[in-house]
Design a protein around this ligand. Structure first.
Ligand code: ADP
Ligand code: TRP
Length: 322
């Protein structure tokens, strides 16, 4: 069973990325019979990052962070999307079969437009590149967060159209959506996202991390009064990093009143700091030997290349390019 997933290097990873995607992917590599392919989607990142120095830095940080978070290069093929340029060729080929309306209906495109982010052809055809990512590696299962569900459906739709036109050439992957994982909120209560500037990064320096957590928006309920629990950003985040008993205690204190938001935030900060402490240590060790990261990515791209070549040759031959 081949499992594929990708992440954009559009900024440093945050709690939403870690709990929504990095941790589940890393846990999956431990299961028997799974061949994991994991890439850093640097072509996709071009839809939002225009500075080459920033992009290069982000890619490096993302690779470091993934390895620090437990990605094991012996078990997972870890590579850069752009190391396999055949993916852009497949994007073009799939694009010729993709109705524009299908792309215009994608929530993430509509949301970015509504937020007045610059709309480009790349932003609209983002799901086509994602379909190419998925189909180029003959993946059986694609791992992604809930917010990517529609993009995975689009990938399947495109694969079906291709196979209807040219025969059974592309393997249709099944989505593996982290349904159980609720959307992780950012400081403003909306989905934590690099695009929305409401993120709490996992490897921040101590004081910056504290500051980010103190910025979480709360209502003006006085200390002695009970506080709302539904939709509470503090509780949602605390649940992820605290022990069940500490979480229960904070929940009870919300219900009964008597503890202020700043105390809750301080406790949340402590729990986040402790949770990521061992990972932070591993990251520091990796930072001192950058060549390890390069070697891992090189090894990963050699393996990915071999798979991609077989698929793109099959596609070329099916459509009449050869
Ligand atoms: P961002 O929205 O910050 O740009 P990405 O789109 O790069 O994040 O998301 C990378 C992965 O992390 C995706 O699989 C996505 O589902 C997951 N993810 C991102 N933000 C969250 C969140 N707030 N809650 C749960 N999962 C998330
Ligand atoms: N668009 C995905 C995200 O932002 C990243 C991604 C790119 C991806 N290509 C993919 C995820 C293919 C799964 C499969 O999270």
């Amino acid at each position: 069973m081949r499992i594929l997933s990708g992440i954009q290097p559009s900024g440093t990873p945050h709690l939403g990325n870690y709990f929504g995607m990095m941790r589940p992917a890393i846990q999956m590599q431990e299961q028997n019979g799974m061949e994991m392919l994991y890439f850093i989607a640097d072509y996709h990142a071009l839809t939002s990052v225009r500075d080459p120095v920033i992009l290069r830095g982000n890619v490096r940080k993302m690779a470091l962070d993934f390895l620090a978070c437990g990605l094991n290069p012996e078990k997972t093929c870890f590579f850069l999307q752009s190391a396999i340029p055949a993916v852009t060729e497949l994007t073009w080929i799939l694009g010729t079969l993709t109705p524009v309306g299908l792309l215009e209906r994608c929530h993430s495109y509509k949301e970015k437009k509504a937020r007045k982010l610059p709309s480009s052809h790349g932003l609209l055809s983002y799901p086509v590149l994602m379909a190419a990512d998925i189909l180029l590696y003959d993946s059986d299962l694609v791992l992604a967060g809930k917010d990517q569900k529609q993009h995975l459906e689009v990938a399947r739709d495109i694969a079906v159209k291709f196979n209807e036109a040219y025969g059974s050439v592309l393997r249709l992957p099944a989505p593996h959506i982290q349904e159980g994982m609720a959307m992780i909120p950012g400081q403003d209560g909306a989905k934590m996202s690099k695009s929305y500037g409401n993120t709490i990064e996992i490897f921040l320096a101590e004081e910056i991390l504290r500051k980010r957590i103190m910025e979480i928006q709360t209502d003006s309920t006085p200390t002695d009064r009970p506080k709302p629990t539904a939709g509470s950003t503090i509780l949602s985040l605390y649940r992820l990093v605290a022990s069940p008993s500490d979480y229960q205690q904070m929940l009870d204190e919300h219900i009964h009143g008597g503890v202020g938001y700043s105390t809750f935030k301080e406790r949340l900060f402590e729990a986040v700091w402790l949770f990521f402490k061992p990972l932070r240590k591993r990251r520091e060790e990796l930072t001192t030997c950058p060549e390890v990261v390069d070697q891992v990515l090189k090894k990963g791209s050699t393996h990915a290349h071999a798979i991609a070549n077989r698929v793109i040759e099959r596609v070329r031959s099916a459509i009449g390019l050869r």
